[in-house]
Design a protein around this ligand. Sequence first.
Ligand code: CP
Ligand code: NVA
Length: 319
Amino acid sequence: MTTATDNSNNSGPRHYLQVSDLDRKTLLSLIERAIQLKNNQKAGRPYRPAIDKVLGMMFEKPSTRTRISFEAAMYRLGGNVVFMPSRDLQLRRGEPLKDTARVFSRYLDCIVVRTFGQEIVEELARWSSIPVINGLTTEHHPCQILSDIMTVVEYKGHELEKLKIAWVGDGNNMAHSWIQAAARMGFSLYLACPEGYEPDAEILKKARDEAGSKIVLTNSPEEAVDLADVVNTDVWASMGQEDEAEERQEIFRPYQLHSALLKKAKSDAIVLHCLPAHRDEEITDEVLEGSQSAAWDQAENKMHIHRSILEWAMELQEG
Ligand code: CP
Ligand code: NVA
């Protein structure tokens, strides 16, 4: 059995809190393993190494894909899931994260967390003796990016360093995960963001120090999309930014991914959107439903990559 390999000599739990936690080899092997698991599933071969394992999912924000695909992934691996909306935990009444983490560690084998600040997943990981996986924070969405790159590999092959990937829109959690992935995997990343909505300067600097000049930040969607192999966007107001949604509508309008903009990309470019999409805001219905859209494969791939991540994190082996 080929499994993704750990990147560290550290014998502690295998946390995955942001893309930069893992080295290139581990990230690529998680993707390769997901492709293998997908093929095995399509061939009808069951694989249940997680019998008797329990995954906890602590979610403080809504989710359709991440929640259901992690649950389906764990069940397909033969394991069990406890879904824990944060509002139902004693956390809401002030119990410290460090106590919550230590108690979870006595019951569960792995935790997926969706929350606000990155410091929350970091604090949980600090006190957990089981792996903590980031299922989205305000700053990062590291599992999503792996299903996105898996989709790129399926459509464009393994030579990622030859690709130009465009990001059009907000410098948000997804943009940060793309930036860290570019640094690790060597593709060219062009981000077009409105002034004042650029990605975090420190994340960008660290990635650029690692990747040289391949990460370009511009205010021009046309420059970002020009001859791109992959064109990517996301909502203009992320979860937690609902109060800013109206103001952002105006500011982001020139950053809509529509067919005229997409025409500037290579003719065989694919379109990615992590979903949920707001049609005719950040992306037109025509583009999302068009022949270049890979968004539905991308959504499916979340389930396969989550099996790969869970297998790696819990160091699963079929008995
Ligand atoms: N792409 C993604 O994370 O979707 P959900 O918010 O539905 O989980
Ligand atoms: N940037 C979006 C991604 C949703 C999957 C958000 O954080 O709401």
